[in-house]
Write a protein that binds this ligand. Structure first.
Ligand code: PLP
Length: 385
């Protein structure tokens, strides 16, 4: 049995989205900017996609800008906003547990002379609203807080943070990296006081190479890419019509039968955590359990074993999970998130992330639990670090 439990890294495309993409690639393949019929047909797909995505956020289609991925959306939001407002301030706020798409963008701006405050998190990965309040200044341009942490599934108090930011400094804009939360939880930029919101197609059963940035009407950002002036000059480059259409259909589908899917994912998460606790000795579950955390991410440290060893063993049984997300093959450093929540040093490299999707079944989790239960103690004897 092949069991894919690495859905925070990427997801399997919905067959309906793949079919639509194939149609756009093989039949409606015109350039959306071309004036002839094929161009107009492609443009229709982009327009429908904008409407479908806007509907999931209860936003206006004019507020959706297509990008190539979550990373580009994050970069455009932060660099674009900072560039457009450089005379108004040089202070930015973010958290210590953001994805590298945010942390490295902030580090770049620090080199350019900006000052960045990095908010701490508690042992479950949540920021403190008091610290946020105390950090907002007259010259704070932007606050960037992730919706859902990609390593431990911690959810931030986005609605409260949005209200607080606007209360402390109405000029400060609020950017939210929702790459892991969108499609799994309901997000309403307007009522949550979010000005900029980043999403990626491949995390929501859409294709890779496409994402979007929600930009609240009236929020001024400077483009970071110049060219033919597509998307009103905000993001030049021929629109990826097949990808955009596939992502939008996937977005729509994620929010269909939402309550049912959401509750069954939380049930599976509880089932998995209980199984891990009952059947594997000397482990630690990181991040919030139950609905305090995301429905799809479970981070578990298995004392005495390296994540890599566990990954390889599971992979040989066709079970696919990942090590702490920041620790990828091209970024082997120890996870910022796990350090920020104060995980014991000897568990830092013994942590795996199990990330589910709406397709995950109890049988798949049983196979994972049976495999871990039968292997972990034996492996500890051979590989104890
Ligand atoms: N932000 C978060 C929270 C993520 O988890 C990821 C990807 O893992 C990204 C941003 C980057 O998204 P993409 O892979 O589409 O560039």
């Amino acid at each position: 049995m092949k069991v894919y439990l690495d859905n925070s890294a990427t997801t399997r495309v919905y067959p309906e989205a793949a079919e639509l993409m194939t149609k756009v690639m093989l039949e409606d393949y015109g350039n959306p900017s071309s004036m002839h019929r094929l161009g107009v047909d492609a443009e229709k797909h982009v327009k429908t996609a904008r409407e479908q995505i806007a509907a999931t956020l209860k936003a206006s289609e004019k507020e959706i800008l297509f990008t190539s991925c979550g990373t580009e959306s994050d970069n455009l939001a932060i660099l674009g906003y900072a560039a457009a407002h450089k005379r108004e301030g040089h202070h930015l706020i973010t958290t210590k547990i953001e994805h590298p798409a945010i942390l490295n963008t902030m580090a770049h701006l620090e080199k350019e002379g900006y000052e960045v405050t990095y908010l701490d998190v508690d042992h479950e990965g949540r920021i403190s609203l008091d610290e946020l309040r105390d950090s907002i200044r007259e010259d704070t341009l932007l606050v960037s807080i992730m919706h859902t942490n990609n390593e431990i599934g911690a959810l931030q108090p986005i609605e409260e943070a949005g209200a607080l930011i606007k209360k402390c400094n109405p000029k400060t804009v609020f950017h939210v990296d929702a790459v892991q939360g969108y499609g799994k939880l309901v997000i309403r930029p307007r009522s949550m006081n979010i000005d900029l919101l980043s999403v990626s197609g491949h995390k929501i059963h859409g294709p890779k190479g496409v994402g979007f940035l929600y930009i609240k009407k009236g929020t001024k950002i400077t483009p970071i890419c110049y060219g033919g002036g597509q998307q009103k000059g905000m993001r030049s480059g021929t629109e990826n019509a097949p990808g955009i259409a596939g992502m939008a259909l996937a977005a729509k589908m994620c929010y269909e039968n939402f309550q049912e899917k959401n509750s069954s994912m939380y049930e599976l998460k509880d089932y998995l955590i209980k199984g891990l606790k009952d059947r594997i000795t000397d482990i630690k579950i990181n991040g919030p359990q139950g609905s305090e955390g995301a429905p799809h991410i479970v981070s578990v440290s298995i004392r005495g074993l390296k994540a890599e060893t566990i990954l390889n063993m599971l992979s040989s049984k066709e079970i696919y999970v990942s090590a702490g997300s920041a620790c990828t093959s091209n970024n082997p450093h120890v996870s910022d998130t796990l350090q920020a929540i104060g995980l014991e040093r000897d568990l830092l490299e013994s942590t795996i992330r199990i990330s589910m999707s709406e397709f995950t079944t109890k049988e798949e989790l049983d196979y994972l639990l049976d495999t871990l239960a039968s292997q972990v103690d034996t492996m500890r004897k051979f590989y104890r670090r």
